[in-house]
Design a protein around this ligand. Structure first.
Ligand code: SF4
Length: 246
């Protein structure tokens, strides 16, 4: 994900995930056999329930380069369309992030999506968009100006919560975290409920994302009847009974 000479910007939102990501990258920077730099930035879209400044000051006191940008188009969006959904909000954020990162001279943007986000997105996409896909762990922006990385892909939120608490950083709540009745929230609650009886559910979903059996799906681009796995089917059904005639 990270290469020699990279300038990595971490998008921090005052939450547990992004601060964990930032700390992890700073720890990696101290140990890695390659040189790269790390800075942090926040896009203020009018969703924070408290000022982000104490969080930023906390970062700066620890010697971390932090920049905060207020995105006026996002603030106008809240006034003009108070009920806008995540898609529109994310689109506004993406534009602002690219603008800001261009100004900061970075070539890599690190995003704080966790294992939970990957699992939830997989289910959401399968159930609501008709695609078997999740988030890309490493990709490029459309214009190829930035490499986008999600280093917390295997880190569950139970871990980021505990880590952020241990750090003692001020956590700034986002108004959206209290939203109910959304598809995101339903999928999250559904997984949470299932996990009560099946605690390794997310591990299994993560494994599934790296273990695709194309012959058992319906995408004709990857289906080759000559490469079928009938043997596996026979093995799973077991030996056929011997028929006798009377
Ligand atoms: S949860 Fe809130 S801040 Fe996040 S994308 Fe959705 S509307 Fe925007």
């Amino acid at each position: 994900m990270i290469r020699e000479g990279d300038r990595v910007a971490v998008g921090v939102s005052g939450g547990k995930d992004s601060v964990t990501l930032l700390e992890a990258l700073l720890a990696l920077q101290r140990r890695a056999p390659i040189d790269f730099t790390v800075c942090a930035f926040t896009i203020e879209q009018g969703k924070f329930l408290a000022s982000i400044q104490p969080y930023g000051e906390w970062l700066r006191q620890r010697g971390i380069e932090w920049h905060c940008f207020v995105d006026s188009p996002s603030l106008r969006l809240i006034d003009d369309q108070p009920d806008h959904g995540c898609d529109l909000c994310s689109r506004f954020r993406r534009r602002a992030v690219y603008e800001v990162c261009k100004g900061l001279g970075v070539n890599v943007i690190a995003l704080g999506h966790t294992a939970d986000d990957f699992c939830e997105t997989l289910l959401r996409n399968a159930m609501f968009t008709g695609a078997l896909s999740s988030l890309p762990p490493v990709t490029y922006s459309k214009s190829k100006d930035f490499r986008l990385i999600r280093p917390l892909v295997y880190v569950p939120e139970t871990m980021t919560t505990a880590y952020a608490q241990g750090l003692g950083c001020p956590v700034i709540p986002c108004g959206c975290s209290q939203k109910t009745g959304t598809v995101r929230r339903s999928v999250r609650d559904f997984l949470g409920e299932m996990e009560l009886d099946h605690p390794n559910l997310k591990d299994s979903l993560l494994s599934a994302m790296g273990n695709i059996k194309t012959q058992r799906l319906l995408d004709s681009r990857y289906l080759d009847p000559d490469e079928g796995d009938d043997q596996e089917l026979v093995a799973s059904v077991g030996p056929f009974p011997i028929l006798t005639t009377i």
